[in-house]
Design a protein around this ligand. Structure first.
Ligand SMILES: O=C(O)CCC(=O)C(=O)O
Ligand SMILES: [Fe+2]
Length: 255
């Protein structure tokens, strides 16, 4: 799939580009089943990295995120999610070949805390490269009720960190201010949003009864090298996965 000049301009101007129906319903059945399997299987050392938190709403321990999905594991799903279409779009937007940096599924189950307004680059990514594009794949319908993500759509941000690392841009929940500069991205399973690592975005807590699962695949330019293994090694030193009994309770910024 090659995107049009207009789509590319939209990405350049706003920092993101939504493509409806990128994956068809047969593909989404497989992708949804993949996330169910990730949820239900015991993590192995060096395998998928599961993160749990204590819900600020119910007090229950909930699975919020699974990372390190690929890199030798889940090859069928990797090939399904990262195919020639996706690579062609990423190549066009990055200006060169994409290399996978990190990959995760956010479960955002009922009761999940807010993801405060932020730039992804602020999550310590400067140590690896200064520009990334994430392919966000909508697995469950994202709507206002189940904490759909708001994106700045005015282009009124800088392609550099606007806060110190790990600091959110705001502690408020949506609608973010100024209201006219943000859009709520309500989307259907199979829709994809490509967004750069500086565009401000965030979501409130999920106060509905419906999970809102999305997959986020983040890529850097090939000229910035293959940073993926180092990223996960570094991360697990400071933030070990698979600790059901040590579910985080604070809402500090970790992604
Ligand atoms: O799932 C969400 O609501 C936002 C997640 C996000 O922006 C992130 O993990 O960086
Ligand atoms: Fe983010």
């Amino acid at each position: 799939m090659i995107i049009s000049d207009e789509q590319r301009r939209t990405f350049e101007e706003t920092g993101f580009l939504v493509i409806k129906g990128f994956f068809d319903s047969d593909e989404m059945v497989k992708i949804s089943a993949f996330l169910d399997r990730l949820r239900d299987t015991e993590p192995q050392d060096g395998g998928e990295a599961k993160y749990y938190e204590r819900s600020p709403i119910s007090g229950d321990t909930v699975l919020v995120r699974v990372e390190n999905l690929f890199g030798g594991m889940n090859r069928t799903e990797e090939a399904l999610l990262i195919d020639e279409r996706g690579k062609a779009v990423l190549t066009r937007l990055l200006g060169e070949s994409p290399v996978l940096f990190k990959e995760k599924a956010n479960f955002k189950v009922p009761g999940c805390r807010p993801d405060k307004l932020h730039q992804d680059q602020a999550a310590g990514w400067n140590a690896y490269a200064d520009f990334f594009i994430t392919m966000g794949i909508v697995v469950d319908r994202n709507s206002k009720d189940n904490a759909a993500i708001s994106f700045m759509n005015s282009g009124n941000y800088r392609k550099e960190l606007m806060t110190p690392e790990w600091q959110p841009l705001s502690h408020d929940d949506p609608p973010y201010q100024p209201e006219g500069e943000y859009m709520l991205l309500e989307a259907d399973p199979g829709d994809v949003v490509f967004f750069d690592s500086y565009v401000p975005h965030g979501s409130p807590s999920n106060t509905s009864n419906a999970s809102r699962r999305n997959i986020f695949l983040t890529f850097n330019r090939a000229s910035d090298g293959d940073q993926r293994v180092r990223y996960y090694e570094d991360k697990w030193k400071s933030y070990a996965p698979n600790k059901v009994d040590e579910a985080r309770e604070d809402d500090s910024y970790r992604v």
